[in-house]
Design a protein around this ligand. Structure first.
Ligand SMILES: [Zn+2]
Length: 278
């Protein structure tokens, strides 16, 4: 990442780091290069960037609109992940030209729901030469609605011509600091859930049965905001992982629903004690 951009991002706070790639260019780019070690964190950053590209809200990714939620849950019809295919002996060595051609053909078609289509190329450094040349053609003359996110551990294996057409993105996402003040209550709950310790979780919930309805409502809202921030990479994950986070989000929806139906906090925290680690 060029020094100026890093400093600028720091000056503007974590939100600027989040949108660094897009904002620094003052326009949307068609291609982003996400350089980070392989793993869930990189996958998450790629999804967050995809959400940012598809979210139509004023401060993308909002994490709450239909597009954001679908992207983060991995079910958005306008986000396609291209990865090494399965061969007879496990995964193939390379991403091959046929895959890239299929992708660029698909990119010619209009988006299904969003204003754009996003293609996440996982292990872009595993594209062989032919595949990279095919991609290069798409990068040179991309359909207006198509965006490509190349995820790679390093740019070394990418052709200089491919590299030069990509904007670096998401570099500091993993190092972002927590931006939103989280109440001790919501934090305690997330930590208990992340610990996987049943006794700790039950104890936490049982100590909360005297909360008022308003406090319980606040609690559910804060947990949901935190889940959203973690999924969007704006807050560090205390060790929950995507699946658990989505489950906690659903559990908080249920909590809000119960409150609307006049279920008492005492019963709700009883339910959370039983369901949180399920
Ligand atoms: Zn959104």
């Amino acid at each position: 990442m060029p020094k100026a951009r890093t400093e600028n991002a720091r000056k503007m706070g974590p939100a600027a780091v989040r949108t660094g790639a897009v904002m620094a260019e003052k326009r949307l780019s068609h291609a982003y290069m996400l350089l980070a070690p392989e793993g869930p964190e990189r996958d998450q950053t790629a999804r967050r960037l995809a959400a940012e590209l598809l979210c139509a809200q004023p401060e993308p990714p909002c994490g709450r609109c239909r597009d954001c939620r679908k992207v983060l849950e991995g079910v958005h019809p306008d986000v396609t992940v291209v990865a090494r295919e399965a061969g007879t002996k496990g995964l193939r060595q390379d991403i091959v030209v046929g895959q890239i051609r299929a992708m660029t053909a698909d990119a010619q078609l209009a988006p299904n729901e969003a204003a754009r289509k996003v293609y996440i190329i996982d292990q872009a450094d595993r594209m062989n030469q032919q595949a990279q040349n095919a991609l290069l053609k798409a990068l040179e003359d991309p359909p207006g609605h198509a965006c490509f996110i190349l995820c790679a551990a390093s740019a070394d294996a990418l052709l200089p011509t491919v590299r030069s057409r990509c904007v670096r993105a998401g570099e500091s996402a993993g190092r972002q600091e927590q931006t939103r003040a989280l109440s001790d209550l919501a934090r305690g709950y997330l930590e208990a859930a992340a610990s996987g310790d049943l006794a700790q979780t039950v104890m936490f919930c049982m100590n909360r049965v005297k909360l008022t309805r308003e406090e319980t409502e606040d609690f559910a809202g804060q947990v949901k905001d935190a889940v959203c921030d973690i999924l969007c990479g704006r807050m560090a994950d205390p060790g929950l992982g995507r699946e658990k986070l989505l489950r906690l989000d659903a559990l908080m929806d249920k909590t809000e629903d119960y409150l609307r139906h006049n279920v008492q906090p005492k019963q709700i925290f009883g339910l959370l004690a039983a369901e949180t680690l399920r």
